[in-house]
Design a protein around this ligand. Structure first.
Ligand code: ATR
Length: 280
């Protein structure tokens, strides 16, 4: 890679970011597309976020991804945000045009494109989504936009599901019939209705995390997606039952591909990005 006076800078803003896979696969994408750019990790503490966003403008950083814990907070420092950001309440991609910052959320797109790989006809299926935080909102936004008609959403804190229904009424006026709130401790009663189960909670990040429900109750007919980037206990159970399953890497890949396209206006070289992600 040749770095010179015209090299453009992109990056990821989060805390921590050391573990992030984005610098390696986005850099590979820039190289493949012949774009003179680098993509760097920027570890930013919460109290420094506003200054960091000013820094994006001052240093003419062309674009950033935003990750935990800044996805919600960053919205208030941007000049404009897309419809997805307004409804999801979180931004993971910022584009800088001459000091004017626009925020996007490519997680919904990432989830849907990943899902298409294992369930191309997902629109007619019944979903059971575990969790009602920021990641869940992105997944739900994608599913509702695609026209999915039945989605059970199970969460420990049920009020968060009601809040999503309220917020998403701008998206679809039948939202109360589409999203059905479920208490997490009753989720096993709803498994038989579901075709596709998606974990959006952080449960499973650590192997010692107690399961969200009795995973032995998963049935072979279920397709199981976990947006965590590796084979969690939930996915192991699904595999044992002979289910179709998917971890969070396809969602990561496609959210990154969409960010690349927003920044560059060019088609993302998805194959090389996938190769780098898989070898990481
Ligand atoms: P993210 O942006 O990654 O979605 P978040 O907004 O903090 O993160 O949401 C975390 C989700 O994981 C929530 O649905 C949370 O449930 P609550 O809304 O009840 O807090 C869920 N979660 C985290 N730890 C959990 C646990 N031990 N058991 C059940 N759900 C859990």
């Amino acid at each position: 890679m040749l770095i010179d006076g015209k090299t453009e800078v992109y990056g990821i803003v989060g805390y921590p970011v050391r573990h992030s896979k984005s610098p390696s696969f986005q850099t590979a994408a820039f190289q493949k597309a012949g774009i003179n750019a680098v993509y760097l990790p920027f570890e930013v503490k919460t109290e420094d976020l506003e200054k960091a966003v000013e820094g994006i403008k001052a240093l003419s950083i062309k674009g950033v991804n935003v990750t935990v814990p800044h996805k919600e907070e960053v919205v208030r420092y941007l000049d404009e945000v897309s419809e997805e950001v307004q409804l999801i309440g979180a931004c993971n991609t910022v584009k800088n045009i001459d000091g004017y910052l626009t925020g996007y959320n490519t997680d919904a797109y990432g989830f849907i494109e990943g899902l298409r790989e294992i369930e191309p006809d997902f629109q007619d299926k019944t979903f059971l989504i575990l969790g009602a935080g920021g990641a869940s909102r992105a997944v739900l936004y994608g599913l509702v936009k695609e026209g999915v008609q039945k989605i059970f959403v199970a969460n420990r804190t049920i009020d968060k599901v009601f809040q999503i229904i309220k917020d998403f009424s701008k998206l679809n006026r039948f939202i109360q019939e589409i999203i059905i709130p479920v208490y997490l401790d009753k989720v096993e009663d709803f498994l038989s209705f579901a075709d596709i189960i998606v974990n959006t909670t952080s449960v499973g990040l650590k192997d010692e995390d107690p399961p969200l429900f009795d995973y032995s109750k998963i049935q072979k007919k279920h397709t199981v997606v976990d947006i965590i980037y590796r084979k969690t206990k939930l996915l192991e159970s699904a595999e044992k039952k002979g289910c179709m399953w998917q971890d969070g890497l396809p969602m990561l890949l496609y959210q990154g591909a969409k960010a690349f396209e927003i920044w560059t206006g060019k088609k993302a070289p998805v194959d090389i990005m996938r190769k780098v992600l898989q070898s990481d």
